[in-house]
Write a protein that binds this ligand. Structure first.
Ligand SMILES: N[C@@H](CCC(=O)N[C@@H](CS)C(=O)NCC(=O)O)C(=O)O
Length: 209
């Protein structure tokens, strides 16, 4: 059954899904849909909220990146990316919740978008958005620093928590202000050094516009 990943190539959420597919060695094709340019009607049939990504596996389609990641982990072979032990599984979901609820907007939509993405596209970034994003990101990094394990975010093995944060950290640290802030968090800095070198992160790097 063919696997199709539909979404915008620079989307951080598309990259999370892609990293999971790469980690599980699942072959897939990418179909470009840019939600910021307006999604076509056929796409709204797959995702009523018009966000990206959507994963299609044969006749099965699913949206919401954390759900896509759980599906891919369970549906395909290879090492599981979900810990079995109750507390570790809870921590993994907690990290994903923090990243989605409190990290995405400041780290990506404020710091990265205004310090890196917009200027590269020839548009002005808003300094007040960068400042507000950095302030909110500091709370996120502090919370994650407190939860992080010595090797990976949850225990000794890589999990979906690492794969959820990785693409957001890549964008956050593409901004010099983000990279400088991360340096103040030793566990997260060491984690990022390991995470960014994983083949799945390298293979899924969309570059910058
Ligand atoms: N809850 C969604 C969030 C996905 C999301 O926000 N994706 C962004 C791109 S990184 C998007 O589609 N943004 C379009 C918009 O905000 O209109 C998920 O987990 O997949």
């Amino acid at each position: 059954m063919a696997v199709e990943l539909i979404g915008y190539r620079y989307s951080v959420y598309l990259r999370i899904a892609r990293v999971v597919l790469e980690e599980k060695s699942v072959a897939f094709t990418h179909v470009e849909v840019d939600p910021f340019a307006g999604v076509p009607d056929w796409y709204l049939g797959l995702h009523p909220f018009g966000r990206v990504p959507v994963l299609r596996h044969g006749a099965f389609t699913i949206h919401e990146t954390a759900a896509i990641a759980r599906y891919v982990d369970a549906a395909f072979g290879g090492e599981s990316l979900v810990p079995l032990e109750a507390r570790a599984a809870g921590r993994m979901q907690q990290v994903i919740g923090i990243v989605d609820s409190y990290g995405y907007r400041p780290m990506v939509r404020q710091v990265f978008a205004h310090a890196v993405f917009r200027p590269r596209e020839g548009a002005a970034g808003a300094p007040e958005e960068i400042d507000a994003g950095l302030e909110a990101s500091a709370r996120v990094l502090a919370a994650l620093e407190g939860l992080a394990g010595d090797a990976w975010l949850v225990g000794e093995r890589v999990s979906l928590a690492d794969l959820h944060l990785g693409p957001m950290m890549a964008y956050f640290t593409a901004a010099p202000q983000g990279a400088a802030m991360l340096a103040g968090y030793p566990k997260l800095s060491a984690w990022w050094g390991r995470m960014r070198a994983r083949p799945a992160m390298v293979a899924s790097d969309p570059g910058l516009p």
